[in-house]
Design a protein around this ligand. Structure first.
Ligand code: NDP
Length: 324
């Protein structure tokens, strides 16, 4: 093998994908989306490739594609063994092919393994406000990207069930992947069922949910929860490893992010043991249908995919506004 630790599974278009990957979104600080510093992502991606990850998740909006391109280029892992995922920016949905070509130039590669519509919500090119672009039109661009060989597989992110139904009823090429938030607090049972029906693989973003949160607002567990600690001790693993193992056995592809070398390495070491059905059941009980990622500032867009919330509620934990 090529040193990759995660086995691959088959997608509905005949391609294969590793069952786990590496996330690269740096998140927010007080000023908004964090500025990406030189090497800040390049090094972690290098550690990831060296420790056996073979899937790297990025997006045009993360402003780090160049760094990922450099890591893949410099690493000893051949390009064809790395599964690169990037996403169409919300402000470029009217120009799928141009936007993808710009991503490919930044990534310094001739194709991505997977191209996703980042969000059904669209913005004007200069981000000055909403743009209402029908995601069916955007999807035609995605299909063209696959026909041109610029993306081996195509998929969607942050679509809800009715949007998926409408897309599947009107597309020529089915999405191969759906990337959504999945973690112990957010099982996404309905979306999981919907995806399964058309053999769409589910990638789990924010796989740790609120595991490391210092706030009391999100539901448990935190990383020292006795149920997690007990299972972790049994296998000689850490509680974050138990969470990732749970997600893989649950049937999703987690893409944990870390910029710390020891954590990057810790997170991929989740193969070679198996949680019992009883343990799986115990961990499933943490589900509260509680979402971490919900861009409240987008909720007036007609294609906003999530339930709308009263943003004046002080107890709401708002994504992108608080960093803990
Ligand atoms: P994660 O669930 O991956 O959590 C990341 C946080 O956990 C970081 O603060 C990291 O800290 C910390 N962490 C990671 N591993 C450990 C560990 N072993 N022990 C202790 N702390 C740890 O959240 P993300 O929101 O980053 O999601 C993962 C990826 O999913 C993103 O990076 C991005 O690629 C993708 N994503 C996609 C979205 C979409 O709309 N499609 C939305 C959100 C994310 P540190 O880095 O300091 O180690």
């Amino acid at each position: 093998t090529d040193g990759g630790k995660a086995p691959r599974i088959l997608l509905n278009d005949g391609n294969t994908i590793p069952v786990m990957g590496f996330g690269t979104f740096l998140g927010f600080d007080e000023k908004g989306q964090k500025e990406v510093k030189e090497n800040e992502v390049e090094l972690p991606v290098m550690w990831a490739l060296n420790s056996g990850y073979r899937l790297i998740d990025t997006a045009a909006l993360y402003h780090n594609e160049e760094q990922i391109g450099r890591s893949v280029q410099k690493s000893s892992v051949p390009r064809e063994n790395v599964f690169i995922v990037t996403k169409l920016a919300v402000n470029e949905q009217r120009h799928v092919i141009d936007s993808l070509r710009a991503s490919l130039a930044r990534l310094n590669t001739s194709y991505v393994d997977l191209y996703l519509i980042h969000f059904p919500v669209a913005f004007k090119p200069d981000h000055s406000g909403f743009d209402v672009v029908d995601y069916l039109d955007t999807w035609e661009g995605m299909e063209e990207a696959k026909r041109l060989g610029l993306a081996k597989s195509i998929g969607i992110s942050n679509f809800n069930i009715s949007q998926i139904d409408r897309l599947l009823a009107n597309c020529e090429i089915k999405p191969a992947v759906l990337q959504i938030e999945v973690n112990l607090n957010l099982a996404q049972n309905e979306l999981m069922k919907r995806a399964k029906k058309d053999n769409i693989a589910v990638m789990a973003y924010s796989p740790f949910g609120s595991l490391f949160s210092k706030s009391d607002i999100p539901p448990p567990p935190r990383k020292d929860h006795p149920v997690l600690v007990q299972i972790a001790n049994k296998y000689g693993k850490t509680t974050p490893q138990i969470v990732l193992r749970y997600l893989i056995q649950y049937g999703v592809i987690p893409i944990p992010k870390s910029v710390h070398k020891e954590r990057v390495e810790e997170n991929i070491n989740v193969f070679g043991f198996e949680l019992t059905p009883d343990e799986m059941k115990k961990l499933a009980e943490f589900n509260k249908d509680y979402r971490v990622v919900w861009p409240s500032f987008w909720q007036d867009h007609p294609y906003y995919p999530f339930e709308k919330k009263d943003v004046s509620d002080p107890d709401l934990f708002k994504w992108g506004e608080k960093t803990e």
